[in-house]
Design a protein around this ligand. Structure first.
Ligand code: CA
Length: 227
């Protein structure tokens, strides 16, 4: 399988040499040269992994990393940092990065870390095409069609739908959903889950008032109807 990697790096030479190295390993490589472009591509296109430089023009890698996570994307992220302070490495990981490599790095070391992360990523091994009633969901390409017509979902809506699919037929509490999809601690009172389920129903159900896909479990939460 050819995994797609986004390389966000402003140093042209490193972009070229690392890009070539990754392609030789069989990866599909796309590039961004600053933080703004990196965030834009990371949230619009499907990638299996993102290599993100920390010192970037327009927007630094830490901010981009946090924004990618805030957009609801769980794509593995490796930070490239020229800084050696432990504090900053920890900060990077707290913002949602999965690993980091300190520049200058050995490309073999980076490749090993990439492979390890891709092995860990659940989307890689799992099924990626799902037929649910009139819906066809491709979790790899992050696309949804309803009776053959594309449906526009936000990143978070897609993540929530994917979570339901992965737990089809199981009753899921609001707390559990909030914790797993948003990463929130469930002691905060919030209608976030209800709001997003309602918007998913609007987009996916034949009659959103009489849902047949995402069912309400009274007093608990929701479940996706098993097909
Ligand atoms: Ca840089």
């Amino acid at each position: 399988m050819n995994e797609a990697i986004l390389l966000v790096e402003d140093e042209k030479n490193l972009r070229i040499t690392l890009g070539d190295r990754l392609r030789k390993e069989g990866y599909i490589v796309d590039f961004a040269t600053d933080g703004v472009e990196g965030l834009e591509k990371a949230t619009r296109l499907p990638f299996d992994l993102i290599i993100l430089d920390v010192m970037l023009p327009r927007r630094n890698g830490f901010d981009v990393c946090r924004d990618i996570r805030n957009a609801g994307l769980a794509t593995p992220i490796v930070l490239l940092t020229a800084r050696t302070e432990t504090v900053e490495k920890v900060l990077g990981l707290k913002l949602g990065a999965d690993d980091y490599v300190t520049k200058p790095f050995d490309s073999m070391e980076l490749l090993a870390r990439i492979e390890a992360l891709l092995r860990r990523a659940p989307m890689r091994t799992g099924q990626s095409l799902y037929q649910i009633g009139p819906l066809c969901v491709d979790t790899r390409r992050t696309t949804v069609t309803k009776e053959g017509k594309p449906v526009d979902l936000s990143a978070r809506e897609f993540q929530l739908l994917r979570y339901f699919i992965e737990h089809a037929g199981r009753s899921l509490s609001r707390d559990q959903i909030l914790k797993d999809v948003w990463g929130y601690e469930p002691d905060t009172f919030t209608r976030t889950v209800d709001v997003h389920v309602s918007s998913l129903r609007q987009k996916l159900e034949g009659d959103p008032k009489k849902p047949e896909l995402i069912l309400t479990v009274p007093g608990l939460g929701y479940k996706l109807q098993e097909q």
